[in-house]
Design a protein. Structure first.
Ligand code: AMP
Length: 679
């Protein structure tokens, strides 16, 4: 595939107004990609070179990019900077400079997708002395063969600001859209759902009697939809009530599981052809997307899932957990009262909620790897956990636990702030001595050939306890079976006294819900203000210090949550308290390094802070209340969004990235819990 095609579609993606429209554009690329190009395409579209656990990051300095642009375009650094000061985008600078190239290059060749990817990987791997020059040379070579539009995206990618707004869910949508035409060949009939009598049909795909251009998919709607024409062999049944507008039907597929919950809308006869009907099927996305999403949740490897989806689909449906490909973590729902939890899931197991960081341990004999909540490989940082995992009586194993600094002798849990000091690159051995971690294991996913993730919690827990019995540095999380609200409340209070953050109640019959926030786990945390939970928010801007804070150059943060529908960030608070003096100094230093001239493209904000920053860092905030305010854009409806009242910084969350922040749907939940509480 030529890179020019990729760049042209990216340009459409940038102009698209919603996730599904973006997916529609990406689907066009995915439909043409060759098997050995899938990895390059899926990664580059997301602005990455590899999934986080491979640790291959580019992050080229802007100065280096500027030099490369200057070499290729013949423009001086001064000229380029003047242009940058207007746009704040090195990609736009490259597009402009190359569009006005002073000298034509002789050696330019058309760029290929795989070639661009290989050069970017090479760039990322260059390190050590002389690497700066090597990077400038490699980038200049790429730009030399690039059109202005290609150059724009290459440079943006290199400086870590591709900003297409394409995330994993968008690519899954695109793959799902592509599945639809393939399913078409297998349609054997319709049945009124659930389980009604099958009506055989003969789909005439995209039949356009007027000879109009074929319209494969209509992605302009708010959900994926597919419009097509079919003949109905049994015309009598067609006229029956089961096929009226809005009817729920099941599509019977040859040799495949039926597509359920399809809503037929706008069934109408085709003009001039009495035996032809036109239908719009809604809901393909959900059912077609589910196996793709499942495979992704089990592997976190989108490139691999895409390759299977496009070239070996049967393997998507049979997808299995794999060692050293981290499973996307299950997440907890929240409730604010023990009785509500019992009402929701009935008698359950309550576990202590430890405030450290989550580790997913993969083991194959002596090889052990640890993955963080962000799915980064963090093996090197925790040698004592690796050592302890080696001792477990299992050859092949995947399990999860919360690691924290803990004194077994005094039975004392250290705070998150203390534990997080262990997340470092240097001085690892010494810190492992000074502040050894203890791993509280809470779930089992895979053990010696058995996929435990699909088993009910009860059985997983029993197998987990057996696995870690008698170990020194790894033990099972504390647990209590509870049958009533007061019993759960007692255990909750007990956990708080022990120094834990609260409890997580677990539904005994639920499987491990990879990548999903589900009622399988419900958390109950000690109360912070009136809210049922704290929020993990992304820092998108900050304020200059005033009054007593002038000296720190720091006066507060503008923070945002993610709208899971659009994928955009939306502001939820201006945080002005909870900072220590050291934190203010530290924050000013950290944030001034990622300042930007313009509002991040993925952010919706009606407030302008003194400085915008790259949405990179996450912090936990508590608040007294959530109110509705015209100031903030989080979940905005009728001109008002959710806003935190009296927000306070609790801590920075180095273990979470902007993809793991609180979502608008969660804010909505916390808001409704607060309303119910007041009743
Ligand atoms: P939160 O980050 O507040 O949404 O809470 C969920 C997190 O609690 C998980 O991602 C784990 O890191 C952590 N956690 C602590 N103890 C447990 C436990 N016993 N079971 C499950 N997760 C736990």
């Amino acid at each position: 595939m030529r890179f020019a095609e990729v760049a042209a579609v990216w340009s459409d993606v940038e102009a698209a107004s919603g996730r599904l429209e973006m997916a529609g554009h990406l689907a066009k690329l995915l439909a043409q990609v060759k098997k050995d190009e899938v990895k390059a395409l899926t990664n580059l579209c997301q602005g990455i070179l590899a999934p986080p656990y491979e640790g291959l990051e580019l992050g080229l300095g802007e100065k280096l990019a500027e030099q490369a642009i200057s070499i290729v375009s013949g423009r001086s650094a001064k000229e380029l900077e003047t242009h940058f000061n207007k746009s704040g985008d090195w990609g736009a600078v490259a597009e402009w400079a190359l569009g006005k190239k002073k000298q034509m290059s002789l050696s330019a060749e058309e760029l290929e997708l795989n070639g661009v990817y290989a050069s970017l990987v090479k760039l990322a791997k260059l390190s050590g002395s002389g690497s700066q020059e090597g990077k400038i040379k490699t980038l200049a070579e790429l730009l030399n063969s690039a059109s202005p539009l290609e150059a724009k995206y290459i440079v943006r990618f290199c400086v870590g600001k591709l900003r297409l707004g394409v995330q994993e869910p968008t690519i899954l949508d695109a793959l799902a859209l592509l599945r639809v035409p393939k399913v078409k060949d297998k349609i054997a009939g319709f049945a009124p759902a659930p389980g009604g009598k099958r009506v055989p049909v003969e789909p005439k795909w995209n039949y356009e009697p007027e000879g109009k251009k074929e319209k494969e998919l209509s992605t302009a709607d708010s959900d994926a939809s597919l419009e097509f024409v079919f003949t109905c062999i049994d015309t009598k049944s067609m006229e029956s009530a089961s096929f009226e507008d809005g009817a729920k039907i099941e599509i019977v597929l040859e040799g495949l599981a039926p597509l359920r919950d399809i809503t037929v809308t706008k069934i109408r006869p085709v003009k001039d052809r009495a035996d032809y009907y036109r239908a719009v099927l809604m809901g393909f996305k959900k059912s077609v997307r589910a196996p793709l999403e499942r495979a992704f949740n089990l592997s976190s490897d989108l490139a691999h899932v895409a390759e299977l989806a496009l070239f070996d689909y049967a393997k998507v449906e049979k997808f299995q957990i794999r060692l050293f490909s981290p499973v996307r973590p299950a997440l907890a729902e929240r409730l604010s009262a023990p009785a509500d939890i019992l009402e929701k899931i009935g008698p359950c197991a309550a576990e202590g909620k430890y405030d450290g960081f989550r580790l997913q341990v993969h083991k194959d004999g002596e090889r052990v790897e640890l993955y963080s909540r962000k799915l980064e490989k963090v093996t090197h940082a925790f040698p004592e956990v690796v050592e302890a995992a080696r001792k477990l009586p299992a050859k092949h194993l995947i399990f999860e636990g919360e690691a924290l600094a803990y004194s077994k002798k005094e039975k004392r849990y250290y705070s998150f702030q203390t534990t997080i000091q262990r997340k470092r690159k240097h001085g690892v051995a010494q810190m492992a001595e000074e502040l050894p971690l203890h791993l509280f294991a809470f779930d089992l996913l895979y053990l010696d050939g058995v996929d435990w993730a699909v088993q009910p919690y009860e059985s997983r827990r029993a197998a987990l306890e057996k696995l870690v019995a008698g170990q020194e540095r790894i033990e099972a999380s504390s647990i209590k079976q509870v049958k009533s609200g007061p019993e759960l409340e007692n255990f909750f209070e007990h956990c708080l006294k022990e120094g834990l953050e609260g409890i997580i109640a677990k539904d005994p019959s639920a499987p491990y819900t990879a990548g999903a926030r589900d009622w399988a786990w419900i958390k109950l945390k000690k109360s912070y203000g009136a809210l049922a939970d704290t929020l993990d928010v992304v820092i998108v801007g900050y304020y200059r210090g005033e009054g007593a804070r002038t000296g720190f150059g720091f006066g507060g943060l503008l923070v945002a949550v993610r709208n899971e529908q659009s994928g955009n960030l939306q502001t939820v608070a201006r945080v002005g308290s909870g900072f220590t003096e050291e934190e203010m100094v530290e924050l000013e230093k950290t944030l001034s390094a990622i300042k930007r001239k313009t509002k991040p493209a993925e952010l919706e904000s009606s407030i302008e802070p003194d400085f915008w920053v790259e949405p990179k860092y996450v912090c936990t905030v508590s608040a007294d209340e959530i109110s509705l305010s015209p100031q903030h854009t989080a979940g905005q409806a009728n001109g008002k969004g959710y806003a935190l009242r009296f927000p306070r910084l609790m801590q920075m969350r180095e273990d979470k990235g902007p993809e793991q922040c609180t979502t608008v749907a969660e804010v909505e939940r916390i808001y409704s819990l607060q309303k119910n509480r007041g009743k």
